[in-house]
Design a protein around this ligand. Sequence first.
Ligand SMILES: Cc1cc2nc3c(=O)[nH]c(=O)nc-3n(C[C@H](O)[C@H](O)[C@H](O)COP(=O)(O)OP(=O)(O)OC[C@H]3O[C@@H](n4cnc5c(N)ncnc54)[C@H](O)[C@@H]3O)c2cc1C
Length: 393
Amino acid sequence: MANWLIKRDVIIIGAGAAGLMCAIEAGKRGRKVLVIDHAGKTGQKIRISGGGKCNFTNINAGSEHYISQNPHFCKSALSSFTPGDFISLLEKHGIGYHEKEKGQLFCDEGSGAVISMIKKECAEAGVEIHLNCRISGINKQELFKVMTNSGAFISGSLVIATGGLSYPKLGASGFGHRIADKFGIKITPLKPALVPLTFNRNDLRSFGELSGVSVKAMVSCGNKEFYGNILFTHKGLSGPAILQISSYWNNGDAVHINLLPDVDIFKVLIEKRQIRMEMKNLLALYFPKKFIQKWCEMYIRSKHVCQYTDKELKDIAGSLNAWEIKPAGTEGYSRAEVTLGGVDTDELSSRTMEVKKVPGLYFIGEVVDVTGQLGGYNLQWAWSSGYAAGQYV
Ligand SMILES: Cc1cc2nc3c(=O)[nH]c(=O)nc-3n(C[C@H](O)[C@H](O)[C@H](O)COP(=O)(O)OP(=O)(O)OC[C@H]3O[C@@H](n4cnc5c(N)ncnc54)[C@H](O)[C@@H]3O)c2cc1C
């Protein structure tokens, strides 16, 4: 039985961004590292990230761009492996990148180049990767024991890097949360985030036909607001500004949308108040025609601009600046870019990611209650938390 157990220094479960970064760093320290994944490929989420172009980091990555019950927790890891450190790695491999907007960095050649780089680094660090490997049980005596369909492995360090619940078709599972539960580790409430919102029945009837139309807007919920495109879908609203606000939205909340954040539309309407132009045609100068026709049909009776009173013009401007929707929900984990919530950061050392009450057990990446905003922050958290653990496992 004894020689049936295969010993490694470190076992990492999850061959995503966090797990592979941790493996590289531990391997470079001379540790014998085994990475296990039930999927058939490494880094599947890296591959689809940024629409295949991999928005691998954001140069502004600081704690203010992350949601966590402890907003300070991510600071240590983010400062020990920064966006600049990941850029240096890309440059070492001759991989080009560019900034798109708001500090978001994308890979010129697409995400495949990042995955190849990571695989090369893993090979150089002597990391062993077992794919299509199913885990049937984990327990801890003196060492951790991981039972799989390709044998039983033991190690002094066990790293859980199995990500969140979003995109189950790419291998996401609740495995990390179940392991946390097994070891009596607290988990904060989970919900899909960076996810499209769905219309309630009335709004769907009114706006469902606008699917494909996009508008620049300022979207707010509570005290958070985001500027960017909103995209009408056949179920509700998506686009960067909606994905961002979805992370702060809770069931029952209203979402406020300023459809003309860059224009003082009341001033424009007052200036044009003498003209014999239909209101919907005037507003079509600022919006896609299909959208404004529908919006006018829903909220105002379009007539010539000169036929409105000042009060009516004020009301029209007001409703363009404060369109309120009450979403029915979200499109759920199947369309969410990330999972909000996770392993409670109170349980972990912010420097090493080790579980305080279970020495040798580590949680990194999206499985932890640290969720980035849209724009490269989630991959940066995966790299940084993986790097942090990699120095200690
Ligand atoms: C469509 C989409 C686009 C995105 N775009 C971006 C972007 O451009 N920029 C950005 O910063 N973030 C982006 N994200 C988020 C980002 O990809 C993730 O936050 C990040 O990849 C998380 O890394 P991770 O290593 O923690 O987890 P993951 O990358 O999810 O890796 C977890 C690994 O664990 C494996 N696993 C799960 N359960 C088990 C099990 N039971 N046994 C064995 N293995 C298991 C999975 O197969 C997977 O390989 C995007 C996400 C999605 C879904």
